[in-house]
Design a protein around this ligand. Structure first.
Ligand code: E4P
Length: 217
């Protein structure tokens, strides 16, 4: 499974890319606002230079023609982007046009298997089921990931599933088990995945034993 960072903060991306585990990045208007990015094109350009997979950048329009216009503008930047389009009828009209133009899309705000299925049918490059937000309202977010992975496999659908709205490391592991192609992970969750208290205790013990050996010479 691939790992994307779910952030627009360049310093976080720069810090984690050298670990070799980050394949791509997803942004959304809230994440860009949080990162204080006013120059969206500049920020996306910087991020694209750091990762190999398409960087998701979201449209603001709600009507298909507005979304198509924004997506074509992003595409004219000639960067490796995927245009994030909300899961609505208008959104899928836009996806249908954009996919024929070879513009990559990431259909976002997916909360049911039927939505994911329609987005793939319209030609989405990626679909993003929101695992955490479903769990927040007592639904099972991982079930949507599992069902979509199962259906896409049966029909040989190439759309890639991004498990989004990830809240903790268990969501990542369970998304991998459910067949997500990608998990997009907030920085603090990815950082938590590196750590285990027994690793820290183990390092401390190895170092103190080594120090003891040197002192006994
Ligand atoms: C990513 O594509 C989504 O926009 C993001 O994962 C949403 O996460 P949230 O539910 O924590 O806002």
């Amino acid at each position: 499974m691939q790992i994307f960072l779910d952030t627009a903060k360049i310093d976080e991306i720069r810090k984690l890319v050298p670990t070799g585990v980050v394949d791509g990045v997803t942004t959304n208007p809230s994440l860009l606002a949080k990162a204080g990015c006013k120059d969206i094109k500049g920020a996306i350009k910087e991020i694209c230079a750091l990762v190999k997979e398409p960087v998701s950048v979201e449209v603001i329009g709600t009507q298909a023609d507005q979304m198509i216009k924004e997506a074509r503008e992003y595409s004219s930047w000639k960067l490796n982007t995927a245009v994030k389009i909300p899961m609505t009828e208008e959104g899928l009209k836009a996806v249908s046009v954009l996919s024929k133009e070879g513009i990559k899309t990431n259909v976002t705000l997916i909360f049911s298997t039927s939505q994911g299925l329609l987005a793939a049918k319209a030609g989405a490059t990626f679909v993003s089921p929101f695992v955490g937000r479903l769990d927040d309202i007592s639904h099972n977010g991982l079930e949507v990931v599992r069902d979509l992975a199962h259906i896409f496999k049966i029909y040989g659908i190439n759309t890639r599933i991004i498990a989004a709205s990830i809240r903790h490391p268990i969501h990542v592991v369970e998304s991998a088990k459910a067949g997500a192609h990608i998990a997009t992970i907030p920085t603090k969750v990815l950082e938590a995945m590196f750590r285990h208290p027994l690793t820290d205790i183990g390092i401390e013990k190895f170092l103190s034993d080594w120090k003891g050996l040197q002192e006994s010479k």
